[in-house]
Design a protein around this ligand. Sequence first.
Ligand code: CDP
Length: 230
Amino acid sequence: MKRILIAIDGPAGSGKSTTAELVARRLGYVYIDTGAMYRAMTLKVLNSNVDPADEAAVVELARATSISLVNGGEMRVLLDGNDVTEAIRSEPVTNNVSLVSSYPEVRQLMVAEQRKIGSKKGCVIDGRDIGTVVFPDADLKFYIVADIMERARRRQEELSARGEELPIVQVVRELKERDRKDSTRETSPLRKADGAIEIDTTKLTINEQVEIVLNYVNEVTMGQEEMQKK
Ligand code: CDP
C-alpha cells in the first residue's frame, strides 16, 4: 500500500492529537505531534528563567535547543536529550505556549525540523499550521473541531487524570484565550487549510473519529494505486 502524508489541524481539545496518534499506529506510520515541540520549547524557556515575553531572548535560547520526537510504542519528547513527555503538559507550559509559539523565528526552527521528519512519507503530523504552512501539499488534510464545552470537558478530564483539578469555567477561559491567540497571531495562524476535510468530533467517540480518517486514507491510497496502474 502506498504511504502518504496526513496533516491534521485544529484547536485545543478537538481530539486531533488522540486521533492522529491512533491513526498513525493503525497504519504503522510515524506520528509527529508539533504541539509537543512548541511545548518543549516553552518548558525550556520557563526552566531557564527567560521571560516568555522577551522575544529576542526566547529566540536566542531556541537556537541553542535540541528537541526531538521519538516514535516507537508511545511517542516520547526529548528536550536536550532529556525525556520531558509528561512535564510539557503542565499548566504553566500550557499557559505560555501560545506566546512562545507566536515568534516567527521560533516557528522557523521548529518547522525546519518538522519538514525533515515528515518528508519521508508514511506520517501523520498534527498541529495548527500543518495543512496551511508546513505541508500545504499533504496528500490528505483534516481540520478537526468540537464545541467549546465539550473541548473543555475533555481537557478537564485530562488534567484530572494527572491530579490537577480545575473548575470548568477556568478551563473554558483558558481554552478560549489560547484559541484567540493561536488564530489571531500574524505568523501561521490557526485556520482551516484549502482542501481540508472538516470533522466535528463533538458527538463522536475516539473510535469513530479514527475510522472516519482511516476511510479517507483508504480512498486516497487506493485511488493513487489505481492511477499508478494506468
Ligand atoms: O494538545 P493541545 O490541543 O492542548 O495543544 P498542542 O497541540 O499541544 O499545542 C500547544 C500550543 O502550541 C498551541 O496552543 C499553539 O499555540 C502551539 N502550536 C503551534 O503554534 N503550531 C503548531 N503546529 C502546533 C502547536
